[in-house]
Design a protein around this ligand. Structure first.
Ligand code: PEP
Ligand code: MG
Length: 749
């Protein structure tokens, strides 16, 4: 193989790029590229294998192997040397290929004559799109420079594929980001939406991947790098103002060090010297970082590589001017597509999103709760959707089935329009019972309350038919800010909530932070298990200043009106006693200062840990009400993380054990005269809600959009009959009553 100088490499890249401008189809371009590469590198064979689907590669062009094998020879990822390059996203440099472990002989290609093989991944942003291979007759080891030269060519092929240069017959030849794809994930919030993709981390589109003038490219790179360093210094000095611990400072310094790394800069400049445009030079290094990230087991190293990945993204945004700036307006009908998202970030996007599709995520996360509160159709676990979508692509979200269709074809799109129309009809039907009571056919009346957390939720109080707010999650107000709100700001906000409720009861829950709700200005220590860590009332009782401030704001906001306050995540009686004592103290102080206090104050606890169900009678006597937080209660009852879809979905809420446990809680509350309600997400599902009612619950709080469907179900059934069906299912040995109850409910029409 001939040694390529920087100049040769640039010439080759320019020639390759020029194939883009040639007449002819994708196949002709690919054929021409294999010719050019084998000629310039002086090898007997050059072949391009492209990804046919997520598991298979297909030989799409070759110079040197049997032409008849093109589009016939296929291999799975991991199969043979070529498959291994794709799977591991690293080059294979085999001097004696036939005797290298993993070699698989493909007789139709006639490759048995060739001794040595060099294969490099064709990848873009860590996503393997294919494999570029050269083979030689003579037995030889390719030098590092040769490997590098081939990687540069592969990088250009990846960019050309992205630009749709190889479109032709068959799956492997379709341009990425053009074909229709379906993603089957998990359903979080029902509803159907049609919209356009808004990537949380958008992909960068590069139209000219070749450096026509390397010096000019280097100047562009240097300017962008200077900008990047300035922005990082700003970021660091802003963070320095806030007290950071040593470890945090170390991490930030490491970040700065990367931005100033000479090695990184040297590699980027070398890529440009070889003929790549500055953006592609950055992408090449980023792909390598991502491949390394997937391999290193050490979490500290992985985090550092993650920093480098993040810096590359920032640098790409500088170079291309593409990417979303904070505070930018949302496009119309935007469907947010992200790997994962926290509740704070989702709140920043706001209520205007038409849908949300995540690669990871979970039904039990707080981001999911927000999506449900806003009735935004949401799908989680849509594998690889972030690499397949581009900003602006048409997307359909089916929140009932947990499906997203990217760039749907016409028939799918038409079916969706139908579905959306039907959902609108159902909404109209629910509107007709908005002011009617949720009363079962045998006369049992269920109080229907709604969950809220933001001012924007309150108009739903009138629209949904809710009789009050059963859970006001106060932490959402803290999550939308980047600094602690003041007491006056909070008091003003809570007063507006009172005003909007217009006499309907509102139950304010004190700050429930920790676990996945992290405030940037009140970060917990790194905890091995945050869901069971320093959260909710545990923080409130230790950081007394924050809770006192919030309690003052709440009492003041009442302006003499009746008020309900509850404490989250109480696990034992003493915690409630301590919290109540704090409230009593604040109350007395408010009175002493001459502020108006609520005309009536009811103080309750959330029952979210099984332990509290077995608290002494005195606990139940002391609380004015209890609200079952089913999301957390279920996670601790089954020991299954609510955010880990894999384990969460194993356990059905209608599991006989869980229903029996709820019945036990209701019984204790009735016997001791404590009003009890249920405010977890499951109350918003019709079948679950009527089973809860059959277990004794008479008050439920749910997202506003669920009130119509749940009320509709309750009004159509006879609760005592439902109870008989559940009891029969319970003694039958069934694990869950779901099947039996669903069949019974369907029969009710
Ligand atoms: C719950 O745990 O059920 C609950 C209502 O609280 P959150 O979902 O905010 O943890
Ligand atoms: Mg909870």
């Amino acid at each position: 193989m001939a040694q390529l100088t920087g100049q040769d490499s640039r010439k080759l890249l320019t020639n390759l790029r020029d194939t883009l401008a040639e007449d002819g189809d994708g196949q002709a371009r690919l054929d021409h590229i294999t010719q050019l590469v084998s000629e310039s590198l002086g090898t007997q064979v050059c072949s391009i294998y492209l990804r046919r689907d997520r598991q298979t590669l297909e030989l799409c062009a070759t110079e040197g192997l049997e032409k008849a094998s093109v589009h016939q020879t296929r291999m799975r990822y991991g199969e043979g040397l070529v498959g291994r390059v794709a799977k591991e996203a690293t080059p294979i440099n085999a001097e004696d290929a036939p005797n290298t472990k993993g070699f698989r002989y493909m007789p139709e290609t006639g490759e048995e004559r060739y001794s040595s093989l060099l294969g490099v991944p064709i990848q873009r942003l860590g996503e393997v799109l294919g494999v570029l291979v050269v083979q030689s007759l003579e037995k030889r080891k390719f030098s590092e420079d040769e490997v590098y030269a081939l990687e540069i060519v592969a990088m250009l092929i990846a960019e050309m594929k992205e630009l749709g240069a190889f479109i032709g017959d068959g799956e492997a030849m379709t341009a990425p980001h053009k074909r229709a794809l379906m993603f089957k994930g998990g359903a979080v919030q029902e509803g159907a939406a049609q919209g356009v993709v808004l990537l949380h981390d958008p992909q960068i589109v590069i139209t000219n991947p070749v450096a026509d003038d390397p010096e000019a490219e280097k100047t562009r790179l240097n300017t962008a790098m200077d900008q990047l360093r300035i922005s990082i210094n700003d970021l660091l000095s802003a963070n320095k103002a806030a007290p950071a611990n040593d470890e945090q400072r170390d991490v930030m310094e490491a970040y700065r060090m990367f931005a100033n790394s000479k090695g990184w800069m040297r590699r980027l400049e070398a890529n440009i010297d070889s003929g790549l445009a500055a953006e592609v030079a950055v992408e090449k290094e980023q792909s390598a970082t991502r491949a390394r990230m997937a391999r290193v087991p050490d979490p500290y190293l992985r985090e550092r590589l993650h920093d480098l990945d993040d810096l590359s993204n920032r640098l790409l945004r500088q170079l291309t001017g593409q990417g979303r700036q904070a505070g930018e307006a949302l496009p119309e009908n935007a469907v947010l597509v992200a790997r994962n998202i926290g509740p704070g970030e989702l709140l920043e996007y706001g209520k205007g999103l038409a849908g949300i599709v995540l690669e990871q995520g979970s039904v039990g996360s707080h981001a999911a709760i927000i999506a449900r509160a806003w009735a935004i159709p949401m799908v989680v676990h849509a594998e690889k959707i972030t690499v397949e979508s581009l900003n602006g692509d048409i997307i359909l979200v089916d929140g009932d089935q947990g499906i997203a269709h990217l760039r749907p074809d016409d028939s799918v799109a038409a079916a969706y329009r139908e579905k959306i129309a039907m959902a609108n009809q159902a909404k109209e039907r629910f509107a007709t019972i908005k002011d009617k009571p949720a009363q079962t056919r045998d006369g049992v009346r269920i109080e229907m309350l709604m969950n809220a957390g933001l001012m924007a939720d309150l108009p739903s109080l009138g629209n949904s038919g809710a009789e009050g707010v059963g859970l006001f999650r106060t932490e959402l107000q803290f999550l939308v800010r980047n600094k602690m709100p003041t007491r006056d700001e909070l008091a003003e906000l809570y007063e507006r909530v009172f005003d909007a409720a217009d006499g309907k009861p509102v139950t304010f829950r004190t700050l429930d932070i920790g676990s996945d709700k992290v405030l940037p200005y009140l970060r917990p220590e790194d905890e091995p298990n945050p869901a069971m860590g320093w959260r909710a009332i545990r923080v409130g009782l230790e950081r007394k200043g924050v809770m006192t401030m919030q309690l003052q704001a709440l009492l003041r906001a009442s302006k003499g009106r009746p008020m309900r306050i509850m404490f989250p995540f109480v696990a034992q009686f003493e915690e409630f006693q301590q919290a109540k004592a704090m409230l009593d103290k604040v109350y007395a102080n408010e009175q002493r200062l001459g502020h108006r206090v609520p005309s009536e104050l009811k103080v309750g606890a959330m029952l979210e840990t099984p332990s509290l169900a077995f608290a002494p009678n005195q606990f139940f006597e002391m609380t004015d009400f209890i609200s079952i937080g089913g999301n957390d209660l279920k996670q601790f009852f089954f020991a299954a993380d609510r955010e880990n879809e894999r384990v969460r979905s194993r356990y059905d809420t209608l599991n006989v054990s869980f229903l029996t446990f709820l019945e036990l809680i209701c019984k204790r509350c009735f016997e001791l005269g404590t009003p009890v309600s249920f405010c977890g997400e499951d109350a918003g599902k019709p079948l679950e809600a009527l089973c809860f009612a059959a277990m004794g619950l008479r008050t439920m709080s749910m997202r506003p959009s669920s009130i119509g469907p749940v009320k509709n179900a309750l009004r159509s059934i006879d609760l005592s009959e439902a109870r008989v069906v559940i009891d029969a299912a319970r003694v039958s040995g069934d694990q869950s009553v779901r099947k039996t109850m669903q069949a019974w409910l369907d029969k009710q029409g």
